[in-house]
Design a protein around this ligand. Structure first.
Ligand code: ACK
Length: 846
């Protein structure tokens, strides 16, 4: 039988090496922990074949003389084959779900010379659990079948000739496991197989620090859809704000962080720790001789504890590899034993009980040259003059300090100009103006008809301030323009460009920000409206609300500075990443938005323009509500259209009562939230597609609602429908939405039930849905309609040029065509399924 098999690895070593290269390419296994990898076992695998003349190990070695454990069997000519290959005992190391990855080649039966009725193209994989190594020899029927394994790619004589390697990779998972380990078994029933490698592994979510909480290495759950809720432990010097939790998915990903820790008073957050003092920022030289340099410095701006000592590192310029460290409890030192006339670089850092802070920037000073030191007293005159001048300036600075506070506190007056002369580095020290830091406390001083209830913060409409500038400075910190570096323009806002850049505040590391600018030539009203957004945003403090860093009003251009959200607006982001997220990830985004909206509604703030385009998303996929325009007639929203009553409203997102009689409430925000849910689950599809605003108003009034997005869990679609109840009092409140989403996240199997194709169809606004819009004239039109236009060419090239031929496409075909993203496969298959349902119902002819 060997002649039929002629496996590429045996005896043709050259071809084998090619296979080996293929399968040793790095894949994604960084979250998996191997329990067995036959490729890396140097000695005997200890596997048993039964009967003895069935599976056989091929005693090959690779180019490094490492053994290659490949087993083959090829009894395709003989009847009733039942060949077992049993592995040795594999400990599961506490994992309750394990994965088995098989690499194998399989001979195509059709390619064998005629009459091979006995030839098979599959084999079976089994397992048997046991607590120890006894039990491998139990009877076959006690093994539990995992699956029948078929090849995606079988090879023929022709392939051998072409040396085309068709190595199959199949992965199966098994769980829940209840014992300490298990055996695997491979049963051949008459195929021509070479089992090239077996890898057994489990997955885990690796330990991580998020929101200042440490989450341990966590083995994934037993169920493939299970999310394990894991509690985090606050890092040193931090305390719980809201109990930190995350969810470890079956794929080994951390999802849906909830809660956070905060650094204790006196500590600041740095690289996920609350550890250390801030760097020393100002270092002055003192006496300098030809062999020594004296230095003094000030305590770090933020010691974050008691400074125990300083570490001073110095080295001769360009000789960094050889440096000296001095430790000192004082804020002065003298470095001696230096070379005359040479430049030295100094860096200083402080240590508290929490450890060392970062080093200061490099300060460079030069020792006196020999000639100067050795020369007459006269040569010292310039030094004395300089010293006296510096002394005078220093005195002026000290007085300046006493009189006017710091430059960054009050703008740069005469004192700061002097300081700029004396300490060039100081003019870069930036900070906030003395704006009131805690609006809660300050609110007591500003009546404006608002009474602060204990424990309940309420939103104050900036309109209630006679002087809008007062409102801005009540809630927003003034930032000096010199603290901001603008890097690039990222978009256009109503009032001017939106830029990305960096903000460097005193005692803080520089960090990225978004900067909205007010264009030149603005009117007073435009300025007021522009800054109004900051007055609103500045009142909020929530992880799902865009955070205001501050405003620049004292110089031009006027700017609003917010945290930077790497992935920009949610609608664009989802469109760009169509089909790429798990349902849990999407629900995580929705949970964040709902949580932000709950906060806003608790504050008594009605958003009025909640839509995916007004949600920003960062690199951790955290969504934050943004766009708090003061003129809540939505001048700046391109989606907003004038209603018959003259208001400007984003019709598709707005509740009927708000459109009809401007009844904007948190309940109308809930309606909009339902539309956002729909946008998210359909990856940024436009609500009601290309229907006109008038048609949308009419359809909604007549009781039509958007159909479920494709692949949408029924529970989520039900929640959308609840948000779109005509009676606003029947809609859920945001806190109920948050609880509902939390429940779904904790119990992901509840998300498995999808809205089925036929009920989706019956609920469609049929004439407007791209999927339901019936007879597509071409394959291209159909693929475009479901946003899969990128595959049109591949379909056409492979003979799927008519809708009739497309109707026959199977999942296997899609894979063969190179549609490898599961999200895309689902989208295409569901659309086909839907068209078939419509056909059966006689609704839409194909
Ligand atoms: O979709 P985008 O990239 O995200 O394009 C728009 C653009 O500016 C005009 O609004 C982006 N944008 C607005 N605020 C921020 C922010 N805080 N972080 C990052 N991008 C932002 C938005």
């Amino acid at each position: 039988t060997k002649s039929y098999c002629n496996f590429p690895h045996h005896p043709n070593h050259e071809i084998f090496t090619e296979i080996y290269k293929t399968y040793t390419l790095p894949v994604f296994f960084f979250l998996s922990v191997n329990l067995l990898d036959s490729r890396t076992v140097m000695g005997d695998l200890g596997w048993i074949a039964y009967p003895k003349n069935g599976w056989e190990e091929i005693g090959e070695v690779d180019e490094n003389y490492a053994p290659i454990h490949t087993y083959q069997v090829c009894k395709v000519m003989e009847q009733n084959q039942n060949n077992w290959l049993l592995t040795s005992w594999i400990s599961n190391e506490g994992a309750s779900r394990i994965f088995i990855e098989l690499k194998f080649t399989l001979r195509d039966c059709n390619s064998l010379p005629g009459g091979l009725g006995t030839c098979k193209e599959t084999f079976n994989m089994y397992y048997f659990e046991s607590d120890d190594e006894d039990g491998r020899n139990i009877r076959e029927n006690q093994y539990i079948k995992i699956d029948t394994i078929a090849a995606d790619e079988s090879f023929t004589e022709l392939d051998l000739g072409d040396r085309v390697m068709k190595l199959n990779t199949e992965v199966r998972d098994v769980g829940p496991l209840t014992k300490k380990g298990f055996y695997l078994a491979f049963q051949d029933v008459g195929a021509c197989i070479a089992l090239v490698s077996v890898r057994v592994y489990y997955k885990k979510c690796p330990s991580v620090i998020r929101n200042l909480a440490r989450f341990p290495d966590t083995i994934t759950g037993a169920d493939s859809s299970q999310l394990l809720e894991v509690s985090g432990v606050c890092v040193n010097h931090s305390v719980t704000d809201e109990a930190p939790k995350m969810h470890c998915s079956a794929e080994g990903e951390w999802l849906v962080p909830i809660g956070k820790c905060l650094c204790k008073a006196g500590y600041e957050e740095k690289n996920n720790t609350c550890q250390a003092p801030s760097p020393v920022s100002s270092v002055k030289k003192g006496k300098i001789t030809k062999n020594s340099i004296s230095l003094s410095w000030q305590e770090p701006d933020r010691p974050n504890g008691i400074i125990l000592e300083y570490e001073i590192k110095y080295f001769e310029k360009d000789q960094e590899t050889s440096y000296t460290i001095i430790k000192s409890k004082e804020t002065t030192i003298t470095a001696d034993g230096l070379k005359p006339g040479s430049a030295y670089v100094f860096q200083i850092r402080a240590r508290t009980a929490a450890g060392y802070g970062g080093f200061s920037r490099r300060f460079e000073f030069e020792t006196s040259p020999v000639s100067v030191a050795a020369s007459s007293d006269q040569s010292q005159i310039p030094i004395i003059v300089v010293s006296v001048t510096v002394g005078v300036i220093l005195l002026a600075v000290v007085i300046g300090f006493l009189l006017s506070g710091s430059c960054c506190d009050h703008g740069c007056g005469w004192a700061s100009s002097l300081r700029a002369v004396a300490y060039p580095s100081l003019i870069w020290r930036c900070g906030y103006s003395k704006a009131k830091q805690d609006p809660e406390e300050e609110k007591m001083h500003f009546h404006n008809g608002h009474i602060k209830l204990p424990g309940v913060r309420t939103y104050i409409d900036p309109h209630t301030y006679e002087d809008p500038n007062q409102a801005v400075h009540e809630f927003a910190k003034e930032i000096e323009a010199s603290c901001i570096t603008i890097e690039r323009v990222i978009g256009a806002g109503e009032f001017g460009e939106v830029c990305s850049g960096r903000l460097k505040l005193q005692g803080k590391r520089e960090f990225p920000v978004a900067i909205k600018t007010l264009k030149v030539g603005y009117t007073e009203k435009q300025r007021r409206d522009f800054l109004g957004e900051a007055s609103i945003m500045g009142q909020f403090d929530h992880p799902n609300i865009i955070h205001l860093e501050g405003v620049v009003t004292k110089s031009k251009p006027v700017m609003i500075v917010t945290e930077y959200m790497e992935n920009g607006s949610l609608d664009t982001f989802l469109k760009k990443n169509d089909g790429q997220f798990t349902v849990i990830q999407l629900v995580g985004m929705l949970r964040g938005i709902a949580s932000g909206m709950k906060y806003l509604s608790d504050m008594g703030y009605v958003h009025r323009d909640l839509a995916a385009r007004n949600i920003l998303i960062n690199s951790n996929l955290v969504c934050k509500v943004s766009d708090f325009g003061l003129s809540r007639v939505l001048e700046d929203d391109p989606e907003a259209a004038y209603t018959t009553r003259g208001g400007k409203i984003p019709i598709r997102w707005t509740a009927p009562e708000a459109i009809a009689f401007r009844k904007f409430t948190s309940a109308s925000d809930v309606w909009s939230y339902g539309i956002v849910m729909w946008e998210v689950m359909s990856y940024g599809e436009r609500p009601y597609w290309e229907m006109t605003n008038q048609d949308v108003i009419k359809a909604v009034e007549e009781g039509y609602r958007l159909p479920s997005p494709m692949d949408c869990p029924a529970a989520l679609y039900q929640l959308m429908l609840d948000c779109w109840q005509k009676d606003r009092n029947s809609r859920p409140k945001f806190d109920e939405i948050v609880s509902m989403l939390d429940k779904l996240i904790r119990n992901p199997s509840s998300l498995k039930t999808l809205v089925n194709a036929s009920s989706r169809v019956s609920n469609l606004l049929v004439e407007h849905s791209p999927v339901g819009s019936g007879a597509y004239r071409s394959v291209g039109e159909w693929l475009e309609a479901i946003k899969m236009g990128r595959y049109t060419e591949i379909f056409m090239e492979n003979g799927y040029s008519s809708m009739d031929s497309v109707a026959q496409v199977t999942l296997e075909d899609l894979r063969r065509l190179g549609v490898t993203l599961v999200g895309h496969q689902k989208k295409i298959m569901n659309s086909l399924q839907e068209m078939k349902v419509q056909l059966v119902n006689g609704m839409v002819p194909l």
